[in-house]
Design a protein around this ligand. Structure first.
Ligand code: CUO
Length: 681
């Protein structure tokens, strides 16, 4: 169902000679079904496995079909959202897997391929009978959303000429979207990273903001919207400082021209268009009949002002005129849902749909009234939004609104930070072949398979080779003293931030707290007296391993198979290869912060046995409560108590700060791990 989105699924005649469905004649599927020659060329008749499909009544698809098959699809556009919600409802409503398969087969050629993929992915993730099925990462179905468009012509050539096995991987250059004349291009390795974009797509798939209410209404989802994006901002700003760029400037005045342009060089294989670029100094405006969409900046400004008013008054207005307090625990969750906005927003009439519609406004500003028949640019799709520098300026504004709320909450006094009797005595980072307390980063090449996403080509794998940041794996070694007479349980919280600001001056805590990136969080038992905790970087609670991000691309599985491997699936998670920012060749000075908090105040009573919890910090745990009772971002989510100006001032005995550096070695390693730096120069 997911593979080759444009190719029809093969629907042979049944024993009775009838095709299972009444396929409208205008659809490609029917033409192919009646032309066995074409079917044979596609190799469908030689498929390893055939899945029979039962008859099913085709539901009213008029809403999903509001989107034509060759259009691009964006959840941010309300019309598309309605289409997705209806299709998800249809898939969720199927009584069993057989009916679901039949319904998918019936819908696949009738609706937009992107919409189909999204709705089916959401349904598989949320149906009790399919939740352990692995859905292919979007990269496999739609590689065109992730890599240089130039590669697909080459891929076709390669597959036409060479047999699977003798094909060469196609190299995706590192600098294909811009040159160094654009200083923002220094961050392209981050913005255009495959794993980062997959994570963002996956996060929004796990936390949809519309659709059936039970799919949206997840524990602390509004707060996680805040926290996951806050961490993206912290990571991006950290990365900018490593590249000698200042922190992101908030996108505050939506009437000003946007100085940052972005030219994505992505081709849409399905919509048969290139993704539109945005020139420098574009102005925001959007009134598009075709999308039933009119977004006025005035509306956005009103929503923003009402949000600020609610924050400063400490309560929001409900539809019946009553007020609901923005409490210390729950306020951020409400604000997250209001800002995004999700259908959980308590009053969309008043607070609107700010974040989503600014994505749309920016995404359509190159063709605001659709006179050129262009569709949205990369910021209009969660799978591609993080490629564009303006994404970070928008989210710097979004985060600022959340921080405004956080600034109204009481600071953590030392009694809410300290863990009596527990003292962290020392922290070290150790890594083989790397000096103590140094992180080493470098470039690494890897291959991803494009074949599942390329339609109408001879079968077999065809690989794209890309270059990404990577670090040498390391271990945290933490010395802790338990001065009580009994075992204690603690939550170890590990964060990293730059030590100096843009001017090379020590960071003030007020700013630095917003740059702390979470590296790990785990519970541990502390015996009386001295303890040494060792924790591997690969166990991080924010990341998923490379293989999970890209699935089993290293294995030589037969391509074209429709069977999805059933194992505990969880593709949401920051890509492990981006755990540590790039650093600098001379060594970028950072502060590693380790805190052990009292587990009694952190714990959530639930079993997470068998649940995929690898990246719980940014993704939560599916169908479970968020596994940490504290506010997300604790202890850095509040303005500091009075008298705290530096990180040192902030520390209580259960915390420790180690100065560390990140050294970018400048080396490049090939797919097998051999150093090819010299061969490249
Ligand atoms: Cu993830 Cu603006 O929310 O993209």
């Amino acid at each position: 169902m997911f593979d080759r989105p444009q190719e029809p699924i093969f629907m042979p005649k049944g024993d009775d000679g009838n095709i299972a469905f009444d396929i409208p004649t205008e659809l490609l599927g029917n033409r192919i079904n009646t032309d066995m020659g074409i079917v044979d060329r596609l190799g469908a008749s030689q498929a390893d496995e055939h899945i029979s499909v039962g008859s099913i009544a085709i539901p009213d698809l008029s809403i999903p079909q509001l989107l034509s098959r060759d259009q691009n699809f964006s959840l941010f556009i309300p019309l598309h959202r309605r289409a997705a919600a209806r299709l998800i409802e249809i898939f969720m409503g199927m009584r069993n897997i057989e009916d679901l398969i039949s319904m998918c087969a019936a819908c696949r050629e009738r609706v937009n391929p992107y919409l189909f993929n999204y709705a089916l992915s959401v349904a598989i993730l949320h149906r009790p009978d399919t939740r352990n099925l692995q859905i292919p990462p979007l990269f496999e179905s739609f590689p065109d959303k992730f890599v240089d468009g130039a590669i697909f012509g080459k891929a076709r050539q390669e597959t036409e000429i060479f047999q699977s096995g003798s094909r060469q991987p196609l190299e995706i250059p590192m600098d294909y979207t811009a040159s160094d004349l654009d200083i923002e291009h220094r961050l392209a390795y981050f913005r255009e990273d495959l794993g980062i974009n997959l994570h963002h797509w996956h996060w929004h798939l796990v936390y949809p903001f519309s659709g059936p209410r039970n799919l949206v209404d997840k524990n602390r989802r509004g707060e996680l919207f805040y926290y996951m994006h806050q961490q993206i901002m912290a990571r991006y700003n950290f990365e900018r400082l490593c590249n000698k760029l200042g922190r992101v400037i908030r996108f505050l005045n939506w009437r000003d021209p946007i100085p940052e342009g972005y030219f994505p060089k992505l081709d849409s294989l399905v919509a048969s268009r290139v993704w539109p670029p945005r020139h420098a100094n574009a102005l925001l405006r959007c009134n598009r009949e075709v999308d039933q969409l009119r977004v006025d900046i005035q509306d956005c400004e009103r929503w923003r002002d009402r949000m600020f008013e609610a924050i400063h008054l400490g309560s929001i207005v409900l539809p019946d005129g009553k007020r609901q307090n923005l409490t210390e625990e729950g306020g951020i969750d409400i604000l997250g849902n209001i800002m995004e906005a999700s259908i959980l927003s308590p009053n969309q009439n008043l607070y609107g749909d700010l974040h989503n519609l600014i994505h749309v406004l920016i995404g359509l500003c190159h063709d605001p009234d659709a006179r050129n028949l262009e569709t949205f640019s990369t910021i209009g799709d969660p799978a591609t939004a993080m490629r564009d520098p303006i994404f970070y300026r928008l989210h710097a504004f979004v985060d600022d609104v959340f921080q405004e709320h956080k600034a109204t909450l009481p600071p953590y006094e030392t009694n809410r930070l300290n863990y009596n009797g527990i003292t962290v005595r020392g922290v070290d980072v150790v890594s083989q072949g790397v000096p103590r307390n140094e992180f080493k980063t470098f470039w690494k090449k890897d291959d991803v398979d494009l074949s599942r996403g390329i339609d109408f080509t001879p079968r077999g794998n065809v690989f794209a080779r890309f270059t990404h940041l990577q670090h040498t794996e390391f271990t945290y070694r933490i010395q802790v003293e338990n001065n009580t007479n009994s075992d204690k349980i603690g939550t170890v919280r590990i964060f990293l931030a730059p030590k100096f600001d843009e001017r090379g001056v020590n960071m003030v805590f007020r700013d630095q707290r917003l740059l702390f990136i979470e590296l790990d969080k785990f519970t541990t038992t502390l015996k009386p007296k001295t303890n040494t905790i060792e924790r591997k970087s690969t166990d991080s609670s924010v990341t998923i391993p490379f293989e999970r991000t890209f699935r089993d691309l290293q294995s030589n599985r037969p391509s074209g198979g429709t069977q999805l491997e059933a194992f505990n699936f969880c593709g949401c998670g920051w890509p492990h290869h981006m755990l540590i920012p790039k650093g600098t060749p001379e060594g970028f000075s950072c502060q590693l912060f380790v805190m052990i908090s009292n587990y009694d105040d952190d714990k959530i009573n639930q079993s997470t046995e068998g649940a995929c919890a690898d990246a719980a910090s940014y993704c939560g745990i599916r169908d479970k409560l968020y596994p940490d009772k504290r506010s997300m971002g604790y202890p850095f989510d509040r303005v500091p108590r009075s008298g705290v100006n530096t990180l040192q001032d902030f520390l209580t005995p259960n915390m420790f700060v180690q100065n560390v550096t990140i050294r970018f070695s400048g080396q490049t390693f090939d797919v097998q791990g051999a150093d090819i730096t010299n061969a490249l120069t």
